[in-house]
Write a protein that binds this ligand. Sequence first.
Ligand code: GDP
Length: 460
Amino acid sequence: MASVNRDTIYALSSGRPPAAIAVVRISGPRSRVALEGLIGRVPEPRKAALARVRDRATGELIDEALALWFPGPHSETGEDTAELQLHGGRAVIAAVLAALGRLDGFRLAEPGEFTRRAFENGRLDLTQVEALADLVFAETQAQRRQAFQQLRGLLSDRAEAWRRQIIEAQALVEAGIDFSDEPDVPKNLVTRAMEIVRPLTAEITQVLAGAERGERLREGLWVAITGPPNAGKSTLLNRIARREAAIVSPYAGTTRDVIEVHLDLDGYPVNLLDTAGICESAEDPVEREGMRRAREAASRADLVLWLVDAGAANALNESRAADEPIAPGAARWIVVNKVDLISEEGAPKLQAKFADRKDVYYVSAATGAGVDDLVASTARLAERIFTTDSALVTRQRQQTALAEVREALAGAMSLAKEVAGEELIAEQLRRAAIGLGRLTGRVDVEEILDVIFRDFCVGK
Ligand code: GDP
């Protein structure tokens, strides 16, 4: 909890300099001292003030800046905080940070420390802290939407409502314990408690069902391009990514590692993997390791694009493609590449070969023909998987905590059915309440805090 003898922390909160503007944030009990020292006064709360920034030690004028003062507890961290919007040059920032460092009781913030203080002061719960990290890392609009809704309390508010319901049920059951001399009263109270618990359990089960989707959206859809060497996998990836992410070479087997590009397809995050060519004859250990990684990537992908060379399609042993393991529920499409090499007479013959398969795309990675179609289908698949409404649960940690709540509630229900003692039922409900506390970070979370804040940048 906040204490007056806490360090006052400061950091550059904006991006890498040089930039037009740099934001330096200060939080802690001596934030006021920082403003007095650097700009000679404390501006009106929450109003930007133009100020000259001076190094008090040397008296030198460093910069002219906008200064803001947010007295606690109604600040982002819950403590007194100050913000300086400086010119974003390296030397300006260095001088201001050095001047702050010379003040007594001040130190540079650790990664995520501002947010950690906000959490400790009850300004954010743990699901909101996680959402903040997701918002900063969001690359697509669907990811941003999900993170932002969670930051605004989509999950916290629900958790709070659930907690209230559990406490109500708990109170009913515990009241029954006090009336254990009158056999009918406890039974009726337990029945009433279960009228709360039953729909609540169903609701949590439904939320848990969407959990996988939430996590998936954070990560993005995984698409692996696989197929024999020289089919044009790297060329296709480059064509889709519209940049030189993979090495294209006329020699077989050059992509030995897995190359990954992140795409934004209609707002949905898609990770596209270019994998080493898969061919039975590989003997070189490096090549074999590449194949192993390729198979592994494909086995975890949501969509596998099995690429074949249209010219070599005669030699195509289609069953081979079907033999490669893919994840349960994943899709596999056949992409016939290099159609630019096929003559007009050859085209119908080629198509006849794949007539019995639905998911076949004909493209030329070299000319780009057919690639838009393939990308559009991938975007549609992403849309189908992610849907437009945000999932409530977005992380494994949240899922684990919520599963524990559900298990305890289900336990309470089956005990009630067995007409077990009220104490046992109350104990299960207490467990459920603790699980919810863990979800929002109000109950024994010390050990996981470090893990969560480690992923933050300094200044956040
Ligand atoms: P990978 O081993 O599957 O990654 O194949 P590459 O992308 O390295 O391509 C192998 C060779 O095929 C290179 O010489 C490419 O220029 C060529 N290639 C790839 N796609 C096409 C295509 O659509 N048409 C033609 N004509 N050549 C292509």
